[in-house]
Write a protein that binds this ligand. Structure first.
Ligand code: SF4
Ligand code: SF4
Length: 467
């Protein structure tokens, strides 16, 4: 029976892609194959389709998602948010952070392996093109070592051209999520001369994406990504991770024909290491910083287990605790329940805020430097400036009414029309009978109407004479 010897933690002192001199070790992962890899392909096709369709899908004339940081306009699921909705966005952000923590505590880095755009583009798009042009890892190594000849020039040239083209497409997509697909269309159809900034941004991001996917690669996950760096804080021994069952696998030893096997199930074939896109050995221990839970090593090892007639799952989704104790991984822990409760409260508050959010937001201030006026009937008039923000995608002619006082509102000049996603500004008089006022500085409430529909209310001060 194999001893349950746990490997040492020495490998945690350095990252796998940097050598002792601090130089980058280029990772040549073997082309993955297997059941989980196929599932990941299907998931990535679906996510890529959604990602590319996203800017074109419109709800009430607004895109599904647009994060226009330049104009500070944000559209999430067809709902337009302005900087005035900051508190909703903060709450949404908090809910997202709690969701990420809860999800990571329970399921580890499933997001990294299956959903993250970096992994999907690198492993499912760029890497597959590389395999198609340059061949599997051994051929790639040989190609890189060979002197420049026709074969190398053609292969490297074709790869670079395709990578650049895809980076340009991703750059367009990225910009569509920032400025919206309609603006992007203008940049494309009206030509670079008329949109130097837009076109320059497109080219700059093409360069960045090309560099990330052609050169920087797995270092995004191991060095840059804050989510990756925070895994150590969020995960514990109960977290579901890609783990090697050292109890079953150790002591490892090569398979020798005709000899009775006394070692564990790991035949030290190195397939799990060769296939790893971040260049690590999962047998060193679970929860390694570099492991993006891509499951390529699970597929590779399952292949070997089938070949040597052993049960699959020497490397599998499992918690560290389950590997250590042999107990089954469980979802129901106090910490998970606590996070879930907080998440439900946050989501409820967020949904309530979204559902009760006004379609417009008005700011009404007394016109500076103006006192009140008296009319012939003895009524008091105040002059106001109004600014209304439209949070919908349709124009709204507006009317104003006093809600808590008898009186009238008279808009100065043309009618107040609120343009779609825009701002309307105007000036109006509010007129109230003197006896309805409570003093020199009365509080009044004004309703902003679109037809018969009250779309928002706001309070302001009304100046009058002392009683
Ligand atoms: S150790 Fe396995 S799951 Fe982790 S990154 Fe490498 S191949 Fe993917
Ligand atoms: S693929 Fe499986 S058997 Fe081969 S070295 Fe890795 S863990 Fe051991």
């Amino acid at each position: 029976m194999a001893t349950k010897a746990k490997p040492t933690d020495e490998f945690r002192d350095h990252i796998s892609t940097v050598d002792e001199q601090g130089k980058r070790i280029w990772v040549y992962p073997r082309k993955p194959k297997g059941k989980l890899y196929n599932y990941r392909k299907y998931v990535s096709y679906l996510l890529l389709a959604l990602l590319f369709a996203g800017p074109f899908i419109k709800i009430n004339g607004l895109p599904l998602l647009m994060l226009n940081v330049v104009e500070r306009k944000f559209v999430i699921f067809g709902v337009l948010f302005w900087p005035q909705d900051f508190f909703i966005l903060v709450l949404a952000f908090l809910a997202l952070v709690v969701f990420i923590i809860l999800f990571t505590v329970v399921y580890g880095r499933i997001f990294c392996g299956w959903v993250c755009p970096q992994t999907i583009f690198l492993e499912m798009v760029f890497r597959r093109i590389e395999y198609a042009i340059e061949g599997d890892f051994t051929k790639q190594k040989a190609l890189n070592k060979m002197p420049w000849n026709t074969e190398k020039i053609l292969k490297k040239g074709a790869k670079t051209a395709i990578f650049l083209l895809i980076s340009f497409v991703i750059s367009n997509l990225f910009l569509a999520y920032v400025i919206g697909v309609d603006e992007l269309q203008k940049v494309i159809t009206e030509g670079p001369i008329n949109h130097m900034v837009g076109f320059g941004t497109l080219l700059a991001f093409t360069g960045v994406f090309y560099w990330v996917f052609a050169s920087f690669r797995e270092q995004v996950c191991t060095i840059v990504c804050p989510y990756g760096r925070l895994q150590g804080v969020m995960q514990d021994k109960k977290t579901l991770v890609v783990a090697y069952d050292y109890g079953r696998g150790e002591p490892r030893g090569k398979l020798r024909k005709g000899q009775e096997r006394t070692e564990g199930d790991c035949i030290d074939c190195n397939q799990c290491v060769q296939v790893c896109p971040t260049g690590i050995d999962i047998r060193n221990g679970a929860q390694q910083l570099e492991c993006i839970n891509c499951t390529a090593c699970i597929d590779a090892c399952n292949d070997i287990m089938r070949m040597i007639d052993k049960p699959e799952g020497l490397i599998r989704y499992e918690s560290e605790e389950a590997i250590e104790t042999g107990k089954k991984w469980t979802f129901f822990t106090n910490r998970v329940m606590g996070y879930t409760t907080i998440l439900v409260i946050l989501m409820t508050a967020l949904t309530t805020l979204l559902l009760t959010r006004d379609e417009a937001e008005a700011t009404i201030l007394r016109t500076p430097g103006q006192l009140y006026q008296k009319t012939e009937q003895g009524h008091i008039k105040n002059l106001y400036n109004i600014s209304v923000i439209n949070k919908t995608n349709h124009d709204m002619p507006l009317t104003l009414k006093l809600l808590d006082k008898n009186g009238a509102i008279d808009i100065v000049g043309s009618k107040l029309v609120l343009p779609a996603q825009g701002i309307a500004e105007g000036v109006f008089f509010a007129e109230i009978a003197k006896e309805d006022l409570t003093g020199m500085n009365s509080e009044i409430e004004i309703g902003v109407y679109h037809g018969d529909e009250l779309i928002t209310t706001t309070e302001t001060k009304f100046l009058g004479p002392a009683n």
